[in-house]
Design a protein around this ligand. Structure first.
Ligand SMILES: [Cu+2]
Length: 639
């Protein structure tokens, strides 16, 4: 490709952010289903069929919707503080956001992954990556709460993360921004001189508890690693990572990183990596990180860990291969059989599909290799190619599967989803998306057994779809019915933050397991109480601990006296054992502390420095009974 064509294709992408559906030749265009209203209508009192968990992009959270109604049920705070319920502020949860950089109260949450057993969604946990300060989180699907956040050392921009192996043995995390490893202040021009490296991190998931730990890091060439998916069935042992900027440009990447005709999908045999680790081939390497874990109804346990095991590809042959893939591939997705590895070359005119069987046949034959990078063999494009979907659209990004032999790929530039057939590589339908779709999600669509039925397009631009509300519109998702021969658009719905990616899970897998209360008898909080009789105020020098209870509709103790300058800890236990009866707690004028919401059976701690003498009201913020308004009292601060 000459320079002019290159500039053109880059410009096309920029212009494409407002482009409408473009390539519709020969295939039917999706229209609004004639019975769309009926298909999305969930009558009052009825329940949705599917949970959709959407990451929030720049809001750092995860939101929970019902599908097909697209009703928003909950925002689960993960990487960002949440004043609405006090997450990240109270003594119990604030250490969840502790990192080696200090307390980081925000992140950019991109990819939701569901835990799997034998490649099928098992409804236990969700995992989410933090793209900015490398971390990954585990969200428990009984409490619908973030239970663990693990920092990833020797990484910058944890984007290709967190993708699970078939039995959730491991989560994979690869770095988006290669950096000097270990970190050092080198000239940025050295990027292309080999001073910058990437890492692939294997995070072990403890099968019973879900606890996360870093087992191994593998040093890889200094490219930008973008996305990943792991194999299933025959490809169980492997995970696949896209990379861009294999040009190693460090300025004007929109041009510099788009020069090569092909970048790479990295095929990584994680079982082989584990073997090499067990054989002692990995070496001790620097790298400090935090592991923050929220036990049941106790404060966060936050541990700082030093050092990792680092493996170099030269010390573990057969572990990694590069598959050339056209033009800055973005998504890499593995079909339900584990045979096809689909690339999303965002500047490519085809959707390339690699064959796992072919990869196994050719990977160790010298005639199928063209080069080596850091001892990683580069295979010939044609050697592993299963087929190409020709001229599918402009800007193919991400692919999911319906389990019926079809794949759906999102196309950012031409703003559409294309449905195509696995094996024939024929496009059978174009579905316009409004506008500029990034990821898409099918119910179970990245698993071995997709449930299918619904697809959502997660769009980057909203433009004219909703009533204007100032400069920024809510970002938008679109719901399609994919159960018939032709997919049909059902609805648009606004989202919270940027709906970056999603996992959709059938409701029947989760709804009966959802927790209703924290059993009071299991409350192990060091400052929790089990009854009103234990409510008390204890002074320890200038520290005052208020062991406080809440039950409809009063606090105990309800009037409190402290001295100016005291550090006051309100350890508040909600004694209710009834479903859906949280109580709130807020103190007038409290700096740095928002409202806390305390769930039935839970204890949370509100820290307050007693200010100037005076009378300070506190009250319950969560409307709890007919006498909720009476659930209020005073703190007196004396000189
Ligand atoms: Cu209340």
């Amino acid at each position: 490709m000459n320079y002019k064509t290159l500039i053109k294709s880059v410009l096309l992408i920029i212009v494409g952010t407002t482009a409408l559906a473009f390539c519709k030749k020969g295939a039917a265009t999706a229209t609004l289903a004639s019975d769309a209203a009926k298909k999305v209508y969930v009558a009052p009192g009825e329940k949705d069929e599917v949970y959709a968990f959407l990451s929030g992009g720049f809001n750092g959270q995860m939101s929970v919707y019902g599908i097909p109604s697209a009703r928003l049920f909950k925002i689960i705070p993960v990487f960002s503080v949440f004043p609405e319920n006090g997450y990240g502020y109270d003594e119990e949860t604030k250490d969840m956001l502790k990192t080696t950089h200090g307390y980081v109260p925000w992140d950019d949450s991109h990819h939701v992954e569901a835990s799997m057993t034998e490649g099928k969604q098992d409804g236990r946990w969700l995992f989410l990556n933090a793209n900015n300060t490398p971390r990954l989180a585990r969200i428990d699907l009984k409490a619908f709460e973030t239970k663990e956040i693990l920092e990833i050392p020797n990484s910058a921009g944890n984007h290709a993360s967190p993708f699970a192996t078939e039995n959730t043995e491991y989560l994979m995390a690869a770095t988006r921004f290669s950096v000097p490893i270990p970190q050092s202040s080198v000239p940025i021009e050295n990027f292309s001189k080999g001073d910058f490296k990437g890492t692939v991190t294997m995070v072990k998931v403890e099968p019973k508890t879900g606890r996360l730990s870093i087992e191994l890091q593998v040093l890889v060439p200094g490219f930008d690693y973008d996305l990943s998916h792991c194999g299933k069935g025959k490809s169980h042992d492997w995970c696949f990572f896209t990379s861009y900027n294999t040009e190693q440009a460090h300025k004007m990447l929109e041009v510099g990183a788009s020069k090569n005709d092909k970048d790479y999908i990295l095929a990584f045999n994680w079982v082989r990596a584990k073997q090499c680790l067990d054989q002692g081939k990995a070496t001790a390497h620097s790298g400090e990180y935090y592991r923050n874990y929220l036990p049941e109804n106790k404060p966060v346990v936050s541990e700082k860990i030093s050092g990792v095991k680092m493996l170099h590809p030269k010390d573990c042959s057969g572990m990694m291969y590069y598959l050339p893939t056209p033009k800055s591939p973005h998504g890499t997705d593995v079909d339900p059989t584990g045979e096809y590895i689909v690339g999303g070359g965002k500047l490519a005119t085809v959707i390339p599909v690699h064959s796992f069987t072919k990869l196994m046949e050719v990977k160790d034959k010298p005639e199928h290799r063209t080069a080596e990078i850091m001892n990683i063999p580069v295979l010939k494009y044609e050697s592993t190619l299963a087929g190409e979907v020709k001229k599918p659209c402009l800007g193919p990004l991400h692919t999911e599967f319906d389990g019926q032999g079809y794949a759906y790929t999102s196309c950012f530039v031409s703003s559409e989803v294309v449905k195509w057939e696995l094996g024939t590589w024929e496009v059978v339908q174009h579905l316009p998306a409004y506008y500029s779709v990034g990821h898409l999600s099918i119910v179970g669509g990245s698993s071995k057994e997709p449930y299918g039925k619904y697809l959502i397009a997660l769009n980057k631009i909203t433009k004219d779809r909703y009533l204007p509300v100032g400069m920024e519109l809510p970002q938008s998702a679109q719901l399609y019915d994919i159960s018939g021969r032709k997919a049909e658009l059902l609805s648009d719905f606004p989202t919270v933050g940027e709906p970056h990616y999603s996992q959709m899970i059938p409701a029947k897998l989760l709804m009966d397991k959802a927790a209703k209360i924290y059993p009071l008898e299991e409350n192990k909080h060091p400052y929790g109480i089990k009854s009103e009789k234990e409510a008390r105020v204890v002074r320890e020098g200038n520290t005052v601990r208020v062991y406080m209870s809440q039950i409809r509709s009063h606090f105990k103790p309800d009037t409190i006296e402290v001295k100016r300058g005291d550090t006051v800890y309100f350890h508040i236990t909600n004694l209710e054992q009834d479903f859906d009866i949280p109580h709130g707690f807020a103190v007038s004028g409290a700096p740095e502390m928002p409202n806390l919401l305390i769930m039935p059976g839970q204890t949370r701690t509100f820290k307050w420095k007693a200010p100037n003498p005076g009378i300070y009201p506190f009250y319950c913020t969560d409307f709890c009974s007919a006498l909720h308004q009476e659930m209020q009292q005073y703190i007196r601060v004396t000189p």
